[in-house]
Design a protein around this ligand. Structure first.
Ligand code: ADP
Ligand code: MG
Length: 302
């Protein structure tokens, strides 16, 4: 089988526990992400989601293991990987427009000033920021607008991989909904691969092709990879009527409420820790009884 676009191989992270010992956040975590996929990761606070993301971004080094993107090992930050954090991290002394052109200029050094500006304006318009507002400084924008700027900035640089760490965590529900729609629209028009951390189950179902579920730490695991078997385009008001919606949602709630605890704290024993693939599909016609009694039953979760 060919390697996925992003390959996480036996990633282990240990930190000093502050009492002279060691805290193993996760061990031998192994999974892949395909090009163009939108993957969300769900897990309780402290299980190691941001640690994984910072390693994918090249902002932190794991204790052991490697991350490969397009076959090359990730080491250090790169313009190929865009990051959006919860706290926006815009440059406060630059206007909205310049916060975007700044990165675009670095990414496309051959472009004329006019082309860079046009490109930046195009991405700002995709998140609803047009007209005079692009000349405002971040301090003159609402929280939702600032987060829109960081999303436009990240996509405008055309990174191969976009990493989002609870980007909507600080926003009210209405603003959050609008920006989720904008994020889907902007992602839908690209080949970009997205890895997003969220603690919002409904947000994850709406956005993701696949949800990775992490058990609690320490010794956390990426235990499951749940396929979102709901076709796109998805719409937040209609998606709840899809026969798979509540089946998937219940599975996620059950995992986070119960199994994330039960499965926690198991050492890897040195073996690759790969998530189990889970696919829930209520739209499949019910299976006929096998004619040959010796025929093996089909596995539901392979
Ligand atoms: N630089 C660090 N030094 C020591 N411990 C850390 C460091 N970064 C994270 N941790 C610990 O690692 C665990 C996972 O943290 P984190 O990845 O931030 O979790 P999450 O994003 O899932 O909430 C936590 O127990 C946290 O306290
Ligand atoms: Mg975090």
């Amino acid at each position: 089988m060919s390697k996925p676009f992003l390959s996480i191989e036996r990633l282990t992270q240990k930190f000093p526990d502050g009492q002279g010992g060691e805290l193993t956040v996760f061990e031998d975590a192994t999974f892949g992400i395909e090009k163009g996929e939108f993957v969300c990761i769900l897990g309780h606070s402290g299980c190691g989601k941001s640690t994984i993301m910072n390693i994918l971004a090249g902002l932190a080094e794991p204790t052991s293991g490697v991350v490969k993107m397009d076959g090359f090992e990730v080491s250090g930050p790169s313009l190929d990987r865009g990051v959006v954090f919860q706290n926006y991290s815009l440059l406060p002394w630059l206007s909205t427009l310049k916060n975007v052109t700044f990165g675009v200029r670095a990414r496309f050094p051959d472009w004329s000033k006019a082309k860079v500006e046009e490109h930046a304006r195009e991405y700002l318009a995709m998140v609803g920021l047009e007209g005079d507002v692009v000349h405002r400084k971040p301090s003159q924008l609402s929280g939702g607008m600032r987060q829109r700027v960081s999303i436009a900035r990240a996509f405008a640089n055309h990174p191969k991989l976009l990493l989002l760490d609870e980007p909507f965590g600080a926003l009210d529900a209405l603003t959050r909904g609008t920006i989720q729609d904008e994020l889907l629209k902007i992602w839908g028009g690209t080949e970009q691969t997205v890895f997003m951390i969220t603690h919002d189950i409904d947000e994850a179902i709406l956005l993701a092709d696949r949800i990775l579920l992490m058990t609690n730490g320490p010794l956390a695991r990426v235990a499951e990879s749940v396929e979102i078997t709901i076709p796109r385009p998805r719409n937040r008001t209609e998606i709840v009527d899809h026969p798979n919606y509540y089946a998937i949602r219940n599975h996620l709630v059950q995992f986070l409420g119960q199994r994330s605890k039960e499965l926690a704290g198991q050492p890897s024993g040195g073996a690759d820790q790969r998530p189990t693939a889970v696919s829930i599909d209520k739209t499949e016609p019910p299976e006929k009884a096998p004619e040959d009694p010796a025929a093996p039953l089909r596995a539901v979760n392979e």
